[in-house]
Design a protein around this ligand. Structure first.
Ligand SMILES: NC(=O)c1ccc[n+]([C@@H]2O[C@H](COP(=O)([O-])OP(=O)(O)OC[C@H]3O[C@@H](n4cnc5c(N)ncnc54)[C@H](OP(=O)(O)O)[C@@H]3O)[C@@H](O)[C@H]2O)c1
Length: 260
């Protein structure tokens, strides 16, 4: 019975993935493209975006790119509206672009704190605001999916990551506010909280043997995660099958935060 089968297909859906040139954004974009979406990759440098767009197309899927800094308010607003104009609307937004600045509190300057919050949280809010306006005007009526990449540090403290953890908690809170505000319009707003994945942002941690030993020992899976292991979570939250999942934080951490 076809109607019994959950619909995970993203055929014909346009999804903008910020920070889509490498790491988790790249892996999520590949999974979304392989599930039928036309993915629009964002990042600041054209070269890696063009390369990744070509790789996705070479695999037989649909991809485009839009280069802008998410924390440049004017560029981000123009960028997301240009994407919607080019593709006739926007179904999905993955707020994923990010970086990290780790410092003990006495060395964490206002500039560093504000920079991390600007990229992870303020930029995500602005893109969400523009995305909702576009999603409300989608051909065929309002529909949309917003998914933000949070982190296990939103709910579990680690030293030296004040602005990062604060911004990630803010993303999870905004997913709940979005669910309350536009859930009745068929636009859902969720977050994914990854544990420790093998990407560039974690290079300083990977170089620290004591830290990597702690991750493998602390995680029931007994290892770091491969970026491709985020593909299922984002595809689910983006899909028609997740139409009643709203304001949720989906933890993908190999069990790390489930155990003592
Ligand atoms: N890796 C993990 O274990 C982990 C765990 C939890 C959460 N996360 C979160 O997952 C997200 C992706 O992290 P990652 O590990 O994949 O990092 P990554 O490999 O360093 O990739 C970061 C991506 O963001 C883009 N980017 C950075 N600043 C940007 C800006 N201002 N405007 C637009 N694009 C920007 C980068 O491209 P350009 O440099 O070309 O702009 C790149 O595509 C981040 O939000 C991070 O906090 C990661």
């Amino acid at each position: 019975m076809d109607e019994w089968k959950p619909n995970f297909s993203l055929d014909g859906r346009v999804v903008l993935v910020t920070g889509g040139s490498r790491g988790l954004g790249q892996a999520m974009a590949r999974a979304l493209a392989a599930s039928g979406a036309t993915v629009v990759l964002n990042g600041r440098s054209c070269g890696p975006l063009e390369q990744e767009r070509d790789a996705i197309r070479a695999a037989g899927y649909n991809a485009d790119f839009a280069a802008f800094a998410v924390d440049d308010a004017a560029a981000a607003k123009a960028g997301i509206h240009e994407v919607a104009k080019r593709h006739g609307g926007l179904y999905g937004l993955v707020n994923n672009a990010g970086h990290q600045r780790r410092h003990p509190i006495e060395e964490m300057t206002d500039e560093a704190f504000e920079d991390v919050v600007a990229v992870h949280l303020t930029a995500a809010f602005r893109l969400m605001r523009e995305a909702v306006a576009i999603m409300r005007a989608n051909p065929g009526g309002p529909i949309g999916r917003i998914v933000s990449t949070s982190s296990v540090t939103a709910s579990h403290g680690r030293k030296n990551v004040y602005p990062y953890a604060a911004a990630k908690s803010g993303l999870e809170a905004m997913a709940r506010v979005g669910a309350a505000e536009f859930g009745a319009e068929g636009i859902t707003c969720n977050a994914i909280a990854p544990g420790y994945f093998l990407t560039e942002i974690n290079t300083p941690l990977l170089d620290d043997k004591a830290f990597t030993d702690w991750v493998t020992g602390r995680t029931p899976a007994g290892r770091w995660a491969d970026p491709s292991e985020l593909g299922g979570a984002v595809t689910f939250l983006m899909s028609p099958a997740a139409s009643y999942v709203n304001g949720h934080v989906l933890v993908v951490d190999g069990g790390m935060t489930a155990v003592l």
